[in-house]
Design a protein around this ligand. Structure first.
Ligand SMILES: *[C@@H]1O[C@H](CO)[C@@H](O)[C@H](O)[C@H]1NC(C)=O
Ligand SMILES: *[C@@H]1O[C@H](CO)[C@@H](O)[C@H](O)[C@H]1NC(C)=O
Ligand SMILES: *[C@@H]1O[C@H](CO)[C@@H](O)[C@H](O)[C@H]1NC(C)=O
Ligand SMILES: *[C@@H]1O[C@H](CO)[C@@H](O)[C@H](O)[C@H]1NC(C)=O
Ligand SMILES: *[C@@H]1O[C@H](CO)[C@@H](O)[C@H](O)[C@H]1NC(C)=O
Ligand SMILES: *[C@@H]1O[C@H](CO)[C@@H](O)[C@H](O)[C@H]1NC(C)=O
Ligand SMILES: *[C@@H]1O[C@H](CO)[C@@H](O)[C@H](O)[C@H]1NC(C)=O
Ligand SMILES: *[C@@H]1O[C@H](CO)[C@@H](O)[C@H](O)[C@H]1NC(C)=O
Ligand SMILES: *[C@@H]1O[C@H](CO)[C@@H](O)[C@H](O)[C@H]1NC(C)=O
Ligand SMILES: *[C@@H]1O[C@H](CO)[C@@H](O)[C@H](O)[C@H]1NC(C)=O
Ligand SMILES: *[C@@H]1O[C@H](CO)[C@@H](O)[C@H](O)[C@H]1NC(C)=O
Ligand SMILES: *[C@@H]1O[C@H](CO)[C@@H](O)[C@H](O)[C@H]1NC(C)=O
Ligand SMILES: [Zn+2]
Length: 318
């Protein structure tokens, strides 16, 4: 009785302690736990110097001839999507164990594709991608999470290893379009959102209907940015090789709007899931690389010649 009374009193006097259940350790939508607070609430890594997402400054991107094309396995297979789940902070599609892999593209080995999820803003009103390009934020961003095959598909094992190449994330920026028919597979995908309004809701009815390739239509996957970074949610582990594709996926604006209108955060009271992205983080000297296009190659060559001329002329002055 006394214990009960004391804990009731404690609950009354210290509501903050009790409201901080595990679900509220971090969030996107409250001042007490949004991403501006993560470096205090998860200081191990979220305050690190190699964080994601970043703003990609195209003028500072360096050429890297090692960034060859990828080999995608199972991306054309419509039996890989196992379930679609409201995780409380995003919408996550789980991919069948061992069904999809990514290799090539200068990745150090074969990676098993585990899941994909999305980040978004608030319909057409405000954009919600995590990465930005020259300061431009896109309406949405799709992340495909891949785990190095040496971890045998285990995310906990990959996170525990302190291995900067444990994960390979593939990022696709999403842009709105008025061409409503172009994205049949996105129509199917988003039709499941109304089935998973609340955190923990999931359905496997999504099986055998969509391929990964069909969601990525229109993106030339030989053109991408590469940098070393982190997971974009706590604990923000710096274990991710990031690939951000240059071409955006074009998705009808109506379908984009469904995301911010249908699912709810894990929170009480219920709040529509919107703006579930982390803001950009400092580069801290990291370099973003990409394929050298022939145009930037000749620009680089002419820069080198200019420097050579300047060097030669300064030599003459000596
Ligand atoms: C996050 O919370 C801070 C206060 O902790 C507030 O100033 C800021 O507006 C919030 N930002 C977002 C994007 O919610
Ligand atoms: C390309 O790969 C080679 C061999 O692994 C390596 O020595 C070189 O530093 C790489 N180049 C870049 C720009 O990363
Ligand atoms: C859905 O996501 C929650 C939170 O991440 C997780 O606990 C649960 O196992 C997931 N359910 C399915 C069916 O994937
Ligand atoms: C990609 O696949 C092609 C054809 O199957 C193969 O020749 C090539 O070696 C593979 N490349 C990598 C990096 O796995
Ligand atoms: C999102 O937009 C709707 C209007 O469409 C607005 O009512 C709502 O407050 C916005 N949500 C946020 C978090 O800004
Ligand atoms: C969500 O739907 C409501 C009505 O259906 C609409 O008024 C609102 O603008 C929509 N919000 C977004 C962000 O699309
Ligand atoms: C890898 O995982 C599978 C299933 O998850 C399991 O059957 C197998 O024993 C694991 N192999 C290793 C080497 O851990
Ligand atoms: C993780 O690895 C980095 C360098 O790879 C090293 O500096 C650091 O001490 C390691 N951290 C732990 C906890 O092992
Ligand atoms: C859109 O698709 C429907 C059915 O798939 C078709 O009947 C219609 O003609 C298409 N409209 C356009 C503009 O392509
Ligand atoms: C969705 O989640 C809510 C809240 O946890 C629960 O009451 C409901 O039964 C779930 N619905 C389904 C279809 O799983
Ligand atoms: C899924 O793939 C199988 C085998 O390729 C095919 O027979 C089936 O028609 C496909 N289903 C859909 C909905 O595209
Ligand atoms: C993709 O881009 C590369 C490099 O610019 C180009 O050679 C190739 O033809 C493009 N592929 C497609 C399908 O457009
Ligand atoms: Zn993500």
């Amino acid at each position: 009785m006394i214990v009960l009374l004391v804990s009731c009193l404690a609950a009354l006097l210290c509501p903050s302690v009790h409201s901080q259940d595990s679900s509220e350790k971090w969030c996107y939508h409250k001042p007490t736990c949004n991403f501006t607070t993560w470096s205090q609430t998860a200081p191990q890594s979220c305050s690190g110097s190699g964080q994601s997402p970043i703003n990609i400054v195209t003028g500072s991107v360096q050429g890297n001839p090692n960034l060859t094309s990828f080999n995608f396995t199972g991306f054309d297979d419509n039996s890989t999507f196992m379930s679609i789940n409201n995780s409380g902070e995003s919408v996550v599609v789980s991919l069948g164990e061992g069904k999809m892999t990514v290799q090539g593209g200068d990745l150090p080995g074969v990676y098993n594709t585990k899941q994909f999820h999305l980040h978004w803003g608030n319909g057409s009103l405000s954009p919600g991608s995590e990465h930005t390009v020259d300061g431009k934020q896109y309406p949405m961003e799709l992340h495909i999470v891949n785990i190095h095959s040496k971890y045998n598909g285990s995310l906990p094992a990959a996170l525990a290893a302190n291995d900067s190449t444990a994960l390979a994330a593939l990022s696709f920026l999403i842009e709105g379009t008025n061409e409503q028919n172009k994205t049949k597979s996105w129509d199917i995908l988003t039709s499941f959102l109304s089935r998973i309004p609340y955190s923990g809701n999931a359905t496997s009815d999504i099986m055998n209907q969509i391929t990964m390739d069909s969601l990525l239509e229109g993106v030339n996957r030989t053109k991408y940015y590469r940098y070393q970074g982190s997971i974009t949610t706590p604990n923000c582990n710096e274990v991710v090789i990031w690939t951000v594709f240059k071409d955006p996926i074009k998705v009808s604006q109506d379908l984009i709007n469904r995301f911010s209108n249908t699912t709810f955060f894990k929170s009480s009271p219920l709040v529509l899931m919107t703006n579930n992205f982390r803001g950009v983080q400092p580069l801290n000297g990291r370099v973003v690389t990409s394929q050298l296009s022939s145009a930037s190659l000749s620009a680089a060559t002419s820069t080198i010649s200019t420097i050579t001329v300047l060097l030669l002329s300064s030599l003459c002055w000596l």
